[in-house]
Design a protein around this ligand. Structure first.
Ligand code: IPM
Ligand code: MN
Length: 364
């Protein structure tokens, strides 16, 4: 055993599980089931603790995160999030109060979204298969329009003014761009990094991104660089997804293009993402891309593959690539040879049966 493996096996991996709202807890339960099984196979000492944050708790107590919650979560190596979103809670409260608070508080400045069409999964793109749809979006995750700056003037009057400010910092874009270059090198596929922005209109903020991208690129002569305006990217992603290897982009555009990316990889049932603080000791958070899908709650029909894939990303990021690889392989067998569809209620199996199938194939 290498020293690295010894220290990894002696370490206790501490995972906080926030099931959240609607079907969130159901998919999180399957991810936890798979985590436990793979930890057993790979001898990973771990502890998991569940937290009941989400809409129900908010309606009961009036607060999204109780006092001390952030300090408590800080004690974990990683967070696994099911989904948030409750029909009785007005939009923005849980998003800002939980998801964005955690992203900002833990400085999870990378939002990593692998876009891979698994075998057997249907894509709406005619004539495209798994070999065409295999790229990764690196979305900046702490700045841009998400910073929450702005305000109203003369609210509720005919003269009302609203501002919503996007901030971009050299530090913020540089650390994201540099991480994306490193990731492209490590991924070692097409070794191509595409910057997606809107330099023709956002002539200050995205000029900063453009100049930073050019500067950092000089340190990576082995990586081919490209640039797309975000509107063109939406077109190319549908027409020629095979042209992408890694995309790096700003927070708001990243939000939008990753939903498009999710649908071409088979939908919200399979798309997973990580909110990563890459610094040593940083707390990162992994989640399925789908929402809480309240109408399916408690029926056992929601697809847990995305949540299970998020658990795989969590392990990969926490230093257990072999365990992550087991999960990836098992997912591909289950989507490729078992499931009828990735859509809720049409999988041919219940939510927990899909989790069981993945567990059964971890040794494949
Ligand atoms: C996402 C989501 C969030 C975002 C929402 C829920 C705040 O859409 O993770 O992409 O906009 O970032
Ligand atoms: Mn989104």
């Amino acid at each position: 055993m290498s020293t690295e493996q010894i220290s990894a096996s002696q370490k206790v991996l501490k995972i906080a599980v926030i099931g959240g709202d609607g079907t969130g807890p159901e998919v999180a339960a399957e991810a936890v089931k798979v985590l436990k099984a793979v930890a057993e196979l790979e001898n990973i000492s771990h502890e998991m603790q569940e937290f009941d944050y989400g809409g129900e708790r908010y309606l009961r107590t009036g607060e999204v995160l109780p006092e001390g919650a952030l300090e408590e979560l800080r004690k974990f190596d990683a967070i696994l999030l099911g989904a948030i979103g409750h029909p009785q809670v007005p939009p923005g409260i849980l998003e800002r109060g939980l998801l964005l608070t955690l992203r900002f508080h833990f400085d999870q400045y990378i939002n990593l979204r692998p876009v891979k069409l698994y075998p057997g999964v249907e894509t709406p793109l005619a004539g495209k298969g798994p070999e065409d749809i295999d790229f990764v979006v690196v979305r900046e995750n702490t700045e841009d329009l998400y910073c929450g700056m702005g305000g109203f003037l003369k609210k509720g009057t005919p003269d009302e003014v609203a501002t919503q400010i996007a901030i971009y910092t050299r530090k913020g874009c540089e650390r994201c761009i540099r991480w994306a270059f490193e990731y492209t090198r490590k991924r070692n596929k097409k070794r191509k990094l595409t910057l997606v922005a809107k330099t023709n209109v956002l002539t200050y903020g995205h000029d900063l991104w453009w100049r930073t991208f050019q500067d950092v690129a000089k340190e990576y002569p082995d990586i081919q660089t490209d640039y797309n305006h975000v509107d063109a990217c939406c077109m190319w992603m549908v027409k020629n997804p095979e042209q992408y290897d890694v995309i790096v982009t700003t927070n708001m555009f990243g939000d939008i293009i990753t939903d498009l990316a999710a649908i071409i990889q088979g939908g919200m049932g399979v798309a997973a993402g990580g909110n990563i603080n890459p610094e040593p000791g940083g707390t990162s958070m992994f989640e399925p891309m789908g929402g809480s899908a309240p109408k399916y709650t408690g029926q056992g029909v929601i697809n847990p593959i995305a949540a299970i894939a998020a658990a795989g990303m969590l392990l990969e990021h926490s230093g257990y690539p072999r365990a992550a690889e087991r999960i990836n392989r098992a997912i591909q067998i289950v989507t490729g040879t078992k499931m009828k569809s990735q859509a809720a209620g049409r999988m041919g199996y219940s939510t927990s049966q899909v989790g069981d199938l993945v567990v059964q194939h971890l040794t494949a």
